[in-house]
Design a protein. Structure first.
Length: 121
């Protein structure tokens, strides 16, 4: 999972891919030039790095993500809870709610998530 972490610049790059995929590598170069002020060589260097790590793929000049944005962030959340709270979701929620009061709407949404996960929803 370590190789699935994205740095700040890599995250911005991945966001471009997620927002426009599938896209040609040429279109990716144009988007990165416009949005990140990158040269073609920088775009291809980062693309190669992220394809080698299994985050993106480049099939015949068509660039796609190997995971959706939601899947990526779900994995990062799981990693955080695992590394920081020993995999204990209750410990994470307890720590979060110790400093952040939940609104009634948030509590209801969490109850619904729990019910759905248990197959009770």
């Amino acid at each position: 999972m370590e190789n699935m972490r994205l740095g700040a610049v890599e995250s911005r790059f991945a966001e471009i891919v997620w927002a426009h995929e599938p896209l040609s590598s040429g279109e990716l170069v144009r988007l990165c030039e416009r949005e990140l002020q990158w040269k073609k060589s920088t775009t291809y260097t980062v693309l190669k790095k992220l394809t080698e790590r299994g985050i993106l793929r480049n099939d015949g000049g068509t660039v796609r993500a190997c995971l959706t944005r939601e899947e990526y962030f779900a994995r990062q959340s799981e990693r955080f809870v695992s590394e920081t709270y020993g995999g204990s979701l209750p410990a994470f929620v307890a720590a979060f709610t110790a400093r952040n009061r939940l609104t009634d709407e948030e509590a209801d949404a969490i109850r619904k998530l729990i019910d759905d996960a248990r197959g009770e929803g």
